[in-house]
Design a protein around this ligand. Structure first.
Ligand SMILES: Cc1cc2nc3c(=O)[nH]c(=O)nc-3n(C[C@H](O)[C@H](O)[C@H](O)COP(=O)(O)OP(=O)(O)OC[C@H]3O[C@@H](n4cnc5c(N)ncnc54)[C@H](O)[C@@H]3O)c2cc1C
Length: 436
């Protein structure tokens, strides 16, 4: 590839903080709250104009395993997210009974209020585009925003970007599947003009697992007429409001997209929007019986829904066996269900009926060979199968809380995160309500 050296003299230091969290999905939110509560001055930086990540700008509204049916995994800040959304009026039960539905727009407002209460500093519309490293230790980041290019200095940085952007820029090793094996991307959208009585009658008569569940009969009718070529056959939806809105429909799908490649994400966004128009055309033509005859596009997510990209290689790589054998680790920082959700890979996915859990080792949050840095969320250190067990939102929030707490403690103790006394961390997490 052709390259140029890029010189930017006199770059301004726009902030100095003890803990810097980059990215504000479930992982970043939990990391920032945990770091601040553990005594560190904390700043969270987000590329978009609101906090929330996939839950807000991505309109992915399923906060799975977040009901009292899962008391072993829903503890600490992941549980607090559920409680705060409920108290704020930003959630509703998920029709599948597996968790709650979180309303993206109110979630943004809930987070603003929560962060004001916690006194965590926020910087929006700011993208981290480089890392300032000295002797293998991250000292801060370069970022770009409306004010130009700036530097943020920090004693410890948490990479909660989903894609491991900061860790990779700092030189950390990572793994990523070949493009044709990555989980597909989706642009989530909302519908309006749905006939509530007809749609409700239909989905109550055809529960999950039924061949006519959800949108399946409509796609089938269009296919039989040779009038629909897209890959989707079913798909999930969230929250049908009394005035005929489906606030989140997960129906578009594109494979072979490397979401760390600027051209691929551009292509995916545009292709998914074409799919949305096609899906709505088919709903209107073939879906009148189930209440979709007059539906139209309500809104389209601001951000492409990315399921899988890089996994940063840490001091330990969580494996499929660890999950299947329900392993406990001496440096465990919380428990997750052994549910492995590998979208579309049904051979390797599993949805256990029993409440089986495994623990997530702290070493999976500590990148190999780079100091001053922790990772949280879907980019932690795991193999491509165990990834299916850590990528769900509750899991991302869990690793976020652990990373935020560890970052604050390592700053306080004056040690690198990899040298942090694990008992100190586990005791603090336990006091903060985490089931270890
Ligand atoms: C279509 C779809 C459906 C899903 N369904 C479910 C489901 O039903 N249940 C479930 O639990 N999970 C589901 N998931 C998975 C879940 O949403 C994600 O794995 C989870 O949100 C990842 O959390 P995170 O905090 O690691 O990252 P994200 O939520 O992706 O947040 C990362 C944040 O970092 C910001 N960012 C990225 N790079 C930079 C940068 N360089 N500088 C500044 N900011 C940056 C982004 O703007 C974003 O806000 C789904 C995902 C998708 C895409």
């Amino acid at each position: 590839m052709e390259t140029y050296d890029f010189f930017a003299p006199n770059v301004k230091v726009i902030a100095k903080t003890q803990v810097l969290v980059v990215g504000s999905g479930p992982a970043g939110i939990s990391a920032a709250v945990a770091a601040k509560r553990s005594g560190a001055e904390t700043l969270i930086v987000e590329h978009h104009g609101c906090l929330g990540g996939a839950l807000s700008v991505g309109m992915v509204q399923s906060y799975n395993f977040s009901t009292n049916k899962f008391p072993q995994v829903l503890t600490g800040i992941p549980k607090e997210i559920e409680e705060r959304c409920r108290n704020y009026g930003a959630s509703a039960p998920d029709y599948r009974g597996a968790g709650i539905f979180i309303e993206s727009e109110l979630y943004k407002c809930m987070l603003d209020a929560w962060f004001e209460e916690e006194n965590v500093k926020i910087l929006l519309y700011t993208t981290v585009c480089g890392v300032f490293v000295e002797q293998n230790t991250v000292k801060g980041v370069y970022c770009v925003n409306k004010s130009g290019i700036g530097i943020i200095l920090a004693d410890c940085v948490i990479d909660a970007t989903g894609d491991g952007d900061v860790a990779v820029q700092a030189g950390a090793e990572y793994q990523m599947q070949e493009k044709n094996k990555l989980q597909p991307v989706t642009v989530v959208f909302g519908l309006s003009g749905v006939d509530v009585d007809l749609f409700e009658k239909h989905y109550k008569a055809h529960p999950v697992g039924d061949k006519d569940f959800g949108f399946q009969p409509v796609f089938r009718a269009a296919r039989e007429n040779n009038d629909f070529k897209l890959p989707k056959r079913g798909g999930a939806w969230k929250s049908l409001t009394p005035n005929g809105e489906i606030k989140s429909a997960n129906l578009t799908v594109i494979s072979e997209i490397d979401a760390t490649d600027c051209w691929d994400v551009t292509k995916a966004e545009i292709e998914c929007r074409k799919q949305i128009l096609e899906i709505v055309r088919v709903f209107r033509k073939y879906g009148a019986d189930i209440g979709l005859g007059n539906c139209s596009v309500r809104n389209i997510a601001t951000q492409l829904g990315i399921r899988e990209t890089r996994r940063i290689v840490g001091e330990y790589i969580l494996t499929e066996q660890d999950v299947l054998e329900q392993r406990n680790f001496d440096d465990g920082v919380g428990r997750l269900l052994t549910c492995i959700d590998l979208y579309g890979n049904y051979q390797k996915s599993r949805y256990p009926k029993e409440l089986e859990t495994f623990s997530v080792p702290y070493r999976a949050l500590v990148p190999k060979a780079v100091d001053g840095l922790l990772v949280a969320g879907r980019c932690i250190s795991c193999d491509e199968i165990s990834f299916g067990a850590v990528r769900l939102m509750v899991g991302c929030a869990l690793t976020g809380q652990a990373a935020g707490t560890a970052a604050a403690l390592s700053v306080k103790e004056g040690v690198a995160p990899r040298k942090l006394d694990i008992n100190l961390l586990r005791e603090k997490l336990s006091r903060d309500g985490v089931n270890l």
